[in-house]
Design a protein around this ligand. Sequence first.
Ligand SMILES: O=C[C@H](O)[C@H](O)[C@H](O)COP(=O)(O)O
Length: 236
Amino acid sequence: MTVAEDPVKLMKQQVGKAAALRVQSNSIVGLGTGSTTAYTIEYLGDRLKSGDLQNIVGIPTSFQAEVLAKQYGIPLTTLDAVDRIDIAIDGADEVDPQKNLIKGGGAAHTREKIVDYLAEQFIVVVDSSKIVDRLGSSFPVPVEVIPMAISPVMQAIKKLGGKPELRMGVKKAGPVITDQGNMVIDVRFDAIDDPANLEKTLNNIPGVLENGIFVGVTDLVLIGEVKDGQPSVREL
Ligand SMILES: O=C[C@H](O)[C@H](O)[C@H](O)COP(=O)(O)O
């Protein structure tokens, strides 16, 4: 594949691979969700197969990550069976200059937040289109909600100045159902001036399980970009 054919796919591949190369043997690895970390999981599998990497065990952040890890031969474990996570690699929908994130474009942010926050090192992999000056500029905040609380949570979010929309399935009639059996409300805000405060405020609404704002947890962002017609990876 060339830059001209599919630049975004190429950026995701490059950055997914760059993150996989940072994983060391004998580590417990949080496996993120989405189209970018899918490449990380694939390359981790390649490294295991070639013998370049040995004795890693993955903790998936979603059913998708679990399926991919099994497909690429990465042994899996659960949080009950480990006392630490050495490194987690995950995607994001937006990244601000302080490395705060909006996640949950794939409705996986609840499990992602649990795994990513536990990791000693948390690396985010994105293509350059995800970099924003202020969170919420292009992507709504995903909020996972227990189904019986959808209406009151929508009302509470409107009172906060947000514009909530129930996320609907694609190639499936009705709302998206998360890996936990809940629903997702995508919320647009005119401006998110204080992401840490908004994260807490949303989570305090009864019926909300978790929202997709991640504050102060990212150690490193790897950004895939195309420079002078060549794919490259930049660090933030
Ligand atoms: O729920 C999904 C996750 O937060 C993803 O990591 C995020 O949506 C980025 O996904 P992608 O790499 O496909 O853009």
